[in-house]
Design a protein around this ligand. Structure first.
Ligand SMILES: NC(=O)C1=CN([C@@H]2O[C@H](COP(=O)(O)OP(=O)(O)OC[C@H]3O[C@@H](n4cnc5c(N)ncnc54)[C@H](OP(=O)(O)O)[C@@H]3O)[C@@H](O)[C@H]2O)C=CC1
Ligand SMILES: Nc1nc(=O)c2c([nH]1)NC[C@@H]1CN(c3ccc(C(=O)N[C@@H](CCC(=O)O)C(=O)O)cc3)C=[N+]21
Length: 289
């Protein structure tokens, strides 16, 4: 039996349609146009692709988007002062500092400075804390998108074993927080694996839900997957100019019950959730004025 392919591109288009409608309502009712500013330091080619995709999606949804491109040599102090000026600009509702930053800039030094109300990535410690306590202001875009994809399968998550590969602040760790929360699309029992995990294959084999976010091409193979599992592939790896995920798609789709492709899976949903957070940011800021 071949797995259901979860079409992230199509699901993202549905979300973006709904967001576009709400953006136009906000404009008509309050004369507010949500505005996202992305900051890109250096010219990492992969980041440039994401930034371009985000900008195009914003335009199509009626969200204003600005890209601040800064040279790789930008100092930490300069970047902090740029973020502070965006914080102070009432016309900017969402701020996204593209990661990774060049090695001489400490990421937390920058993320800590972003006004938490404008933090559409949900990386600021205040927003992370709110998520951990189960009262989120914003949900981090990639885990949020993944939760929506799992919900779209209508498969039960309550009481199921979810195994997450990767413990990054941007995917693995917040994903675990969302999956252990009480409620719809959650209530799972969660295990997080990382590069020091022993018996990783054995743990993964017990998973009802696998989330692969390690950045290793086709790491998860069919032998590691319990028949009927849901497999979410977050990985974006370039191999011989081809984009491949962290999952061996062709092999795993024969054992899983549902699987996300790369490209056309988690990536487009991440962007759709970024637009959703930007809309929420504009609403929150208009209410607090
Ligand atoms: N589609 C999307 O929207 C997004 C895609 N991505 C992609 O997802 C992937 C992961 O990115 P990100 O979350 O930033 O993670 P990082 O690259 O920051 O970290 C990788 C994680 O994987 C773990 N890891 C690495 N190798 C192994 C291994 N052999 N076995 C077990 N664990 C391992 C590391 O463990 P340790 O901590 O011990 O080093 C670490 O926790 C990348 O391909 C990235 O491009 C990322 C964000 C969004
Ligand atoms: N502050 C910050 N926030 C992020 O959310 C963030 C970040 N930094 N740094 C990098 C990662 C990665 N990421 C992706 C977003 C969209 C696609 C995406 O659109 N992918 C498409 C196509 C990609 C392509 O063609 O290259 C797809 O998978 O179908 C991928 C990856 C967000 N990230």
């Amino acid at each position: 039996m071949s797995a259901e392919i979860i079409d992230g591109k199509a699901l993202a288009a549905t979300f973006r349609g709904q967001i576009a409608e709400e953006v136009s309502q906000l404009k008509n009712e309050k004369n507010i146009i949500p505005h996202l500013t992305a900051v890109l330091v250096g010219d990492d080619p992969a980041s440039a692709v994401y930034v371009r995709n985000k900008q195009r999606a914003c335009e199509k949804a009626g969200i204003q988007s600005t890209l601040k491109r800064l040279p790789a040599e930008t100092s930490e102090a300069e970047l902090i002062s740029i973020v502070e000026s965006l914080n102070a600009d009432p016309g900017v509702h969402g701020i996204l500092v593209q990661l990774p930053l060049p090695g001489h800039i400490k990421e937390t030094a920058i993320l800590d400075v972003v006004n938490p109300l404008k933090d559409v990535d949900a990386f600021h410690p205040e927003n992370v804390g709110l998520i951990v306590q189960g009262r989120p202001r914003y949900l981090p875009c990639t885990p949020y998108g993944i939760q929506q994809m799992i919900l779209s399968t209508k498969m039960e998550t309550a009481g199921k074993h979810a195994v997450i590969l990767g413990r990054s602040e941007i995917v693995g760790k917040p994903m675990a927080m969302l999956l252990i929360q009480r409620g719809l699309g959650a209530d799972a029992t969660v295990t997080i694996c990382h590069s020091r995990t022993q018996n990783l294959n054995k743990i993964v084999k017990t998973a009802d839900i696998i989330i692969a976010a390690i950045g290793k091409p086709e790491f998860v193979t069919a032998e590691m997957v319990k028949p009927g599992a849901i497999v979410i592939d977050v990985g974006i790896n370039r191999v011989d100019d081809r984009l491949v995920g962290d999952v061996d798609f062709e092999g795993v789709k024969e054992v899983a019950s549902a699987i996300t492709p790369v490209p056309g899976g988690v990536g487009p949903m991440t962007i759709a959730m970024l637009l959703k957070n930007t809309l929420t940011a504009a609403r929150i800021q208009s209410d607090s004025n």
